[in-house]
Design a protein around this ligand. Structure first.
Ligand SMILES: O=C(O)C(=O)C[C@]1(C(=O)O)C=C[C@@H](O)C=C1
Length: 410
């Protein structure tokens, strides 16, 4: 596999060549997700040291008596809308199965990655399992090596993470839970290193992109690695004195690095939405009756986006169902010669509906849709049935409790 970095970094921390981005028009966007943990230590990543659990096994919120939220407010949902955040300091919980005790959650990266924080916030009692790549995390769940995988799927600064939707759609996994994390980036360096001595900054490419302006001001070289905490681990183990990493304040604590700067992100509002994925048979039953449910689906169609969009919107709006996400993907390329000319390959979706083994199918025209309501709600069921009449293929990706809370680890 080709790697983009010219640095002599451990290969498992370098990134494969980035894939082409797709044409997409984001019709709406819901910001999202956060937490930390002990880990069983796979793929060379060391387990995180344990934090003292709270008696109730929940994440510590504002560090005080488990009180929720800043000013007692919950986060709000909306299109790039700002919301109050819930400040957390994360502890490893224990206790009842509600908090994920006994569940192994696979994530990409080293202990201290944002994805791990998200997993531990969603399921404070879970054991986190570090993996080299998100693909490995999803495969671990499919193979039974983990019970859940956590996947970032959109952020206020990036929009939909198409790289991860691609993964989600290729696997026979369902969405069990969503979680929104406020992503606060810090510049970390070995103890004693001053900002003026930093020549290079390493981090996950998304973190480097989110901090582009700050990095340009610093005038440093940028090197992408697999994850934010992996960058910190690399700094530490190689005792790099001319290099800094972008990662969370929690990673600074975990690895004993200095924080040279806080809030490095170009936009002050930087929220990532994560999904917890499960094998279908092991997914939680329907969301609790008192929870607002959300249903995610992918709709493949024949093209002619405007007409299809109107029909999809009408299927939901005529039943008074709100959409919380609608992403339009049109990829006419076949992945062959035309890809070289700029066309994008079709979206690959695992069709799990047919009898027998699931098959991977290619679709050039696809919509990613999240709607309010449970898949078992007759109105949602009817809307999907109406869409199935004109769509080529519809796959429900999961039905879960909507969570508009935005967690903040600062
Ligand atoms: O590298 C990490 O710490 C991650 O959890 C991954 C990831 C991502 O893939 O987008 C998650 C959230 C942050 O925006 C940066 C990176």
């Amino acid at each position: 596999m080709a790697y983009t970095s010219s640095l002599h970094l451990p290969k498992h921390l370098l990134l494969p060549n980035p894939r082409r981005t797709r044409h997409r028009s984001s019709v709406s966007f819901v910001p999202v997700a956060a937490a930390a943990a002990k880990a069983s230590g796979v793929n060379g990543h060391a387990p995180e040291k344990q934090q003292p659990p709270q008696p109730n096994g929940k994440p510590r919120i504002n560090g005080v008596n488990g009180k929720k939220g800043v000013n007692g407010h919950k986060g709000v949902n909306g299109v790039n809308g700002h919301a109050d955040r819930i400040h957390l300091s994360v502890s490893t919980g224990s206790g009842g199965s509600q908090d994920g005790s006994g569940l192994r959650v696979a994530f990409q990266g080293a202990p201290g990655a944002y994805s791990e924080f998200a997993a531990k916030t969603a399921l404070p009692g879970c054991d986190t399992v570090p993996c080299r790549a998100f693909a490995d995390a999803l495969a671990a769940v499919e193979r039974g090596g983990a019970d859940r995988a956590i996947l970032p799927v959109e952020s206020t600064m990036e929009g939909t993470a198409l790289r991860n939707y691609d993964l989600l759609l290729r696997h026979d996994l369902v969405v069990a839970q969503e979680i929104n994390l406020f992503v606060h980036y810090c510049l970390l360096a070995m103890p004693g290193v001053r900002a003026a001595e930093v020549r290079r900054v390493i981090s996950h490419p998304m973190a480097l992109a989110h901090c582009g302006r700050a990095l340009a001001r610093l005038g440093v070289d940028r090197e992408p690695v697999e994850d934010t905490a992996g960058a910190v681990e690399m700094l530490r183990s190689n005792r790099m004195l001319d290099t800094a990493a972008i990662a969370s304040p929690r990673a600074a604590d975990l690895y004993g690095l200095d924080v040279l700067a806080h809030g490095l992100q170009d936009e002050s509002w930087n929220v990532t939405r994560f999904l917890l994925l499960s094998r279908p048979a092991a997914a939680p039953a329907a969301p609790p009756a008192d929870a607002d449910a959300k249903t995610s689906m992918v709709v493949a169609h024949r093209g002619g986006s405007m007409a299809v969009l109107l029909k999809v919107l009408s299927a939901f709006s005529s039943r008074n169902i709100n959409l919380t996400k609608l992403e339009v993907i049109n990829n006419e390329g076949d992945g062959g010669d035309s890809a070289a000319a700029g066309a994008r390959p079709p979206v690959m979706i695992l069709d799990t509906s047919a009898r027998g083994a699931p098959t991977l199918r290619a679709f050039p025209h696809v919509l990613y849709v999240d709607c309010a309501g449970a898949a078992s709600d007759p109105r949602v069921r009817e809307a999907i049935q109406e869409i199935e009449k004109f769509a080529v293929f519809v796959r429900v990706l999961g039905c879960y409790a909507a969570d508009s809370t935005i967690y903040d680890l600062q």
